[in-house]
Write a protein that binds this ligand. Structure first.
Ligand code: NAP
Ligand code: MG
Length: 404
């Protein structure tokens, strides 16, 4: 096809499973390839191929993302016992996202895609609240045990030769109870902070971070200190020049401020807060199909994907030849995010321009009343009657907009 945008560096393309794998192919065919001479290094992370390669393909894909710097990933199945049976797997392979996160050492940022007509459950939220979750340590890598009446629990620290450095009594148990040990690493907290500061700068958003340092005077306080020190030393001036700011305050205060805000902030969360709050924020913005996600490493590598899974129930209907109306917006956003970033890094404004035009076309299509079934009950716009399209029909409607 003539006149297509030419790329320099390829994107790392990670294909996936089920309904999102079907959408993946259609998005490329209907929306991207007519306009872009797409260059990708392709990895098939579909479960069959992960099983065939004993999951080597996931590792190779993550290493390629490290090498090329920008990846786009389709949703993938994280196998459980039922999947082991369904796919006759050699073993219960680990979560591909976990593997990629481990290799890139990144932070996940989740941002809702906002359209007029779909009002968040919190009416004051006009702009996206982007949530960054620290994905290491705390209760997710904890050691815990039950204690019986009469037991004593201590926090004991030994040096590398095994000599005891300190011993603190946690509790002398008068009755039966429970006890837990958690940890985190300065290096990991720093990496998280760097990713957050960089994301805030790149997207021109203020950064809010909250923990419970008044109660946890050493543990949570360490998070606060690392963020503050790094900010003062390396980011304050850059933030001021960009007209944004960083604020640390107690997590309770942040929650209250978030509810009162109009959005437009990057909210950094410790891992437990992020786990819980990301579900709240995603739900409040309407549909899982409208939540985008990007993994950013401290050294500036990017992996874009949808926040939702492989939409299994729709896939089984598709296999039976039935019509599906699966929302492709978050998966389209994965592509536009990756193309924009590639365009930025390689100095190809036309590529960035195309990605923006495609996003605009998606938003205009929905605002004009054409959408997938999940959005119909949420949509309210005067003078516009929402029309439910099937999965492919929605992509054609977007393509029509894109051309006009
Ligand atoms: P899911 O695929 O996100 O789907 C859950 C339900 O949410 C769907 O059944 C559907 O509801 C609705 N939904 C989600 N995305 C939608 C979309 N784009 N359009 C319309 N409706 C959408 O989560 P799941 O069923 O828990 O997991 C399915 C598989 O995905 C699992 O094997 C899991 O391991 C994997 N997963 C992968 C990732 C990832 O790769 N990042 C993330 C999460 C889950 P209705 O059926 O009611 O329409
Ligand atoms: Mg959660």
């Amino acid at each position: 096809m003539a006149g297509r945008i030419v790329m320099k560096t390829p994107l790392v393309e990670m294909d996936g499973d089920e309904m999102t794998r079907v959408l993946w192919k259609w998005i490329k065919e209907i929306l991207i390839e007519p306009c872009v001479d797409l260059k990708t290094v392709y990895f098939d992370l579909g479960l069959k191929e992960r099983d065939r390669t004993e999951d080597k393909v996931t590792e190779e894909a993550a290493l390629a993302a490290k090498k090329y710097g920008v990846a786009v990933k389709c949703a993938t199945i994280t196998p459980n016992a039922q999947r082991v049976e369904e796919y006759n797997l050699k073993q219960m392979w680990k979560s591909p996202n976990g593997t990629i996160r481990r290799i890139l050492d990144g932070t996940v940022f989740r941002a809702p895609i906002i359209v007029n007509g779909i009002t968040p459950y919190v009416p004051g939220w006009k702009k996206p609240i982007v949530l960054a979750r620290h994905a290491y340590g705390d209760v997710y890598n904890s050691v815990e045990t039950r204690a019986a009446a009469g037991d004593s629990a201590y926090l004991v620290l030994c040096d590398k030769d095994g000599n005891e450095r300190s011993r603190n009594l946690i509790k002398q148990f008068g009755g039966d109870g429970i006890v837990q040990g958690v940890h985190n690493l300065d290096e990991s907290i720093k990496g998280f902070a760097v990713s957050c500061f960089n994301y805030a700068l790149e997207n021109g958003m203020p950064l809010w971070f909250g923990a419970k340092d008044t109660i946890s005077k050493t543990y949570d306080h360490r998070f606060k200190d690392i963020f503050n020190e790094l900010y003062e030393r390396e980011y304050k001036e850059k933030f001021e020049r960009a007209g944004i700011y960083f604020m640390y305050t107690l997590i309770d205060d942040i929650v209250a401020r978030i509810m009162r805000s109009e959005g437009g902030v990057l909210w950094a969360c410790t891992t437990y807060d992020g786990d819980v709050m990301s579900d709240m924020v995603a739900t409040a913005y309407g549909s899982l199909g409208m939540m985008s996600s990007v993994l950013v490493s401290p050294d500036g590598k990017y992996e874009y994907e949808a926040a939702h899974g492989t939409v299994t129930r729709h896939y089984y209907r598709y296999l039976k030849g039935e019509q599906t109306s699966t929302n492709s917006v978050a998966t389209i956003w994965a592509w536009t995010g990756a193309l924009k970033k590639r365009g930025e890094l390689d100095g190809i404004p036309a590529l960035c321009g195309f990605a923006e035009k495609l996003e605009r076309a998606v938003i205009d299509t929905i605002e004009g009343g054409k959408m997938t079934g999940d959005l119909v009950p949420l949509f309210r716009r005067e003078g516009v009657v929402p029309e439910k399209l099937d999965s492919r029909g929605f992509l054609y409607a977007v393509a029509d907009r894109l051309q006009s």
